[in-house]
Design a protein around this ligand. Sequence first.
Ligand code: SF4
Length: 471
Amino acid sequence: MLEIMLTGHSHYYAVADVLRCFMMSPVEDKEGGRVYCKEAPDIRLRSGVLEDQSTICATSDGTVSYHLPPVTSPVSLSREVKRTVYLALSHITGREAPWGCLTGIRPTIVAGELMDPSKLTEQYFVRPDKAALAVETYVNEQRVQSLIDGDDLNIYVGVPFCPSRCEYCSFVSSDISHHMGRLKEYWDALELEISTAAPRISRRISTLYIGGGTPTVGSDDDTKRLLDIVFGNIKVDKDTEITIEAGRPDTITETKLKYMKQMGITRLCINPQTMNSDTLRSLNRLHSAGDVIRTYDTARETGFDVINMDLIAGLKYEKAAELLKSTERLIELDPANITIHSLYKKRRAGISREDVLANDDDVDRCLTGAHDMLRAAGYIPYYLYRQKDTGHGLENTGFAKPGTECRYNVAMMGDARDVLSFGAGGMSKRVFGQDGNKFRVERCPCIKDVIGYIASSADMAKRKMDFFDIM
Ligand code: SF4
């Protein structure tokens, strides 16, 4: 077991965050005054803040010891604790984390404050290529964000159902494929919520995103019903960016595509995750790489010019280098957007710890290679986020051909624009002080459980009307 004893400070969360960059599942034991990882070599460290506010991190036998000079503000004290713990762990493990001790889901926020990749490296030990990616993405993100008027509203409609559960799925719902028999009740509940709240919206709608799950799940009639609920109640205009996640090619039909086009949907997501059919089968996705290509071609023929395609780096059942082949095949298809995710670490169950560590460098190298291929093909990064347990300590990055960036993604990830969410599990948010550089965000969650949502969507509508002052 590796344990870090805390003395002179209580930044348990910060210490656990850094430890997570090197080991899996750190535990914050506040009663015991420590943070530890059970599955790790037997090492005891002490992380301390001294009276002069300098920070230290050292092994109990003193063989490894780092001491950083004093700081003044509480925010930077937490950062200094992270820096000393990071240096000690990096020394002990012989590894460097791609994002250094810059933890948190939005590294672009810090990148925007510093606006200099070398400072990210100096202050947070971020690897130079990741530091450059963060600053470049921040600049693109700001440009896209400026296209969304602060007075406008962005709307999310969630459909937490899928035809089968992908093995790596980190979706919040307990099992999104087990509730399929409730789909019609879900439409009724969604209609009640949307038809109660949406007519009261007087703000212009900049973006509308129908996400999931897989909103195109079910029959042609199910998709028609969903779109009728949405477009029968929510007033979009010709400039509204409208996205639907038709993520699973096995749910897309020509009839659905035509109706989506007819209703004014401008952006479509067809997500292969990998272009290796064997991997897809092993992951319990019910389609092949060939299905992805056929669906993509049909969507283009139907008139969808902006299509996003997702890939995942570090998938189980395939070598890391498969990501490069998949990226190459997508580039040949020439979609407007390609997003590359890193496998969520918690979903790597079944892979041994040794496999994980041996695999990390390969995945890291292939992700960098895939980014290089995308840049060479004319794509630019425009939004980026990390999950707390993102696999391999890496990140998720949205790439786009310039001018086709998804405004909704930026509105949602940037935490700088209002979002009203309908459907189970959605998170509504209001942003205050949008004209300055600092924002205050208030959030209003919707019940996650599908059955609970079906029983309470009228209450959910009232909760959101209250939240947005549109009672
Ligand atoms: S399509 Fe997405 S939401 Fe649905 S099961 Fe697969 S990973 Fe989960």
